[in-house]
Ligand binder design. Structure first.
Ligand SMILES: *Cc1c(COP(=O)(O)O)cnc(C)c1O
Length: 392
């Protein structure tokens, strides 16, 4: 079976964990945490990085930092992971969902402005599959309406918008190091603070509402309860694992991009006749090879394709269900239909993509896709011919 994902070990994970454990201190904000934060700040020009135990945690920190309270409105795509919305809902926000672009699952920047009201506080840009949202348009809208911008860059490590690293553009940004992401620590994440205004408070929320981080730096001579917050910081064992992965990021990215390109060039000649759509990377965005997906012609076609791939030893999976139609939120949603979002929910399928996947395995997956569509086209031609002959 070619599984959808298989976590990759870069080599030094166990060495660093050993170092952390033998070093004596393995709670949060230790040496490996500091090393990870520093290397991420330097490589991507992030103003301040704090590791968290997940991207969900990082999003919760963002919702607190943005001072979201009951009735405040947050605009985001409906085609995203639950956590993007949940973090703000916990603070009492009303979520206002915007549709995706027709050529690509990212939020349609042109759909945002009509959704703004006097209660709108934040726009969340989710960079789906690591492909940048149209950030200039979003920043311009935010500036004119005095809104904050949070980038949910969970999937977007090492990806760029017009040369700027994703996660360095919004007031705040979040990343995930979950096992399914390009760089991982099993569970893990980080929050990026680009807006100076949030720097000090972020550290306090991170450390259970205390100014302990300042105390450790010797900036205050005792620490105490300053604000709300939680225990958002990961153990230094998690950070040690992550540091090994971060050191290998260039190698990981090169490998994933090579695999992604192999899929793309193999499937591209089939795209038109088979009627599925391949990913679109706008001129302003780069590829970070987080996901390789296809958009099928219908839900039935996707269900049949996934079943066919499974019967040939390939695990392909669909992705998000529209959040505005979810059991939890559908009663609260009072907005427009979101047809592009629904189309991705019904028709998008992700093919296996992980570091240790081989080019031969990709050939096999693509051959299965080719055979499936050849059968599919033949079947529709036959049924059309039968209908025609019945009419005559
Ligand atoms: C993975 C993901 C998350 C959640 O990340 P965790 O680290 O599992 O909390 C949030 N948003 C998006 C877009 C994701 O892909």
């Amino acid at each position: 079976m070619i599984t959808f994902n298989k976590p990759h070990l870069c080599g030094d994970e166990l060495n660093y964990i050993r170092q952390a454990v033998l070093g004596g201190g393995i709670s949060g904000n230790g040496d490996f945490t500091k090393k990870c934060q520093k290397s991420l700040q330097e490589k991507y020009g992030f103003k301040k990085v704090l590791l968290t135990t997940s991207c969900t945690d990082a999003l919760e920190m963002c919702a607190m930092l943005c001072d979201i309270s009951a009735g405040d409105e947050v605009i985001m795509p409906s085609y995203t992971f639950v956590s993007t919305a949940l973090a703000f809902v916990r603070q009492g926000a009303k979520i206002v969902f915007a549709d995706s672009r027709s050529d690509q699952p990212d939020i349609d920047a042109d759909a945002i402005e009509p959704l703004i009201t006097a209660r709108t506080k934040v726009i969340v840009a989710v960079h789906y599959a690591g492909v940048a949202c149209d950030m200039d348009k979003i920043l311009d809208i935010a500036k004119r309406h005095k809104l904050l911008v949070v980038e949910d860059a969970a999937q977007a490590i090492d990806s760029y918008y017009k040369g700027r690293p994703l996660g360095s553009i919004g007031d705040l940004a979040t990343f995930s190091f979950h096992e399914t992401k390009n760089i991982t620590s099993g569970e893990g994440g980080m929050v990026v603070i680009n807006n100076e205004h949030f720097m000090k408070r972020a550290e306090i929320l991170w450390e259970k509402g205390t100014n302990r981080a300042q105390f450790y730096r010797g900036e205050v001579n005792k620490y105490g309860w300053m604000d709300t917050g939680s225990s958002f910081l990961p153990s230094d064992i998690t950070a040690a694992f992550l540091y090994a992965q971060l050191k290998s990021i260039d190698d990981v990215q090169a490998r994933r991009k090579a695999l992604w390109n192999k899929y793309y060039t193999t499937l591209k000649p089939l795209e038109k006749s088979a009627c599925f759509a391949l990913p679109v990377i706008p001129d302003y965005a780069t590829l970070n090879a987080h996901i390789f997906y296809m958009v099928c012609g219908s839900l039935e076609e996707r269900t049949a394709l996934i079943a066919y791939l499974k019967s040939n030893g390939v695990q392909a999976v669909y992705h998000y269900l529209s959040l505005h139609k979810s059991p939890f939120y559908k009663h609260l949603y009072d907005g427009e239909e979101l047809p592009c979002c629904d189309r991705y929910a019904d028709c998008l399928v992700r093919l296996p993509l992980f570091y240790d996947l081989t080019f031969g395995e990709i050939e096999h997956v693509c051959n299965c896709v080719r055979t499936f569509y050849a059968m599919h086209i033949l079947q529709s031609t036959i049924s059309a011919a039968i209908i025609n002959s019945e009419i005559k």
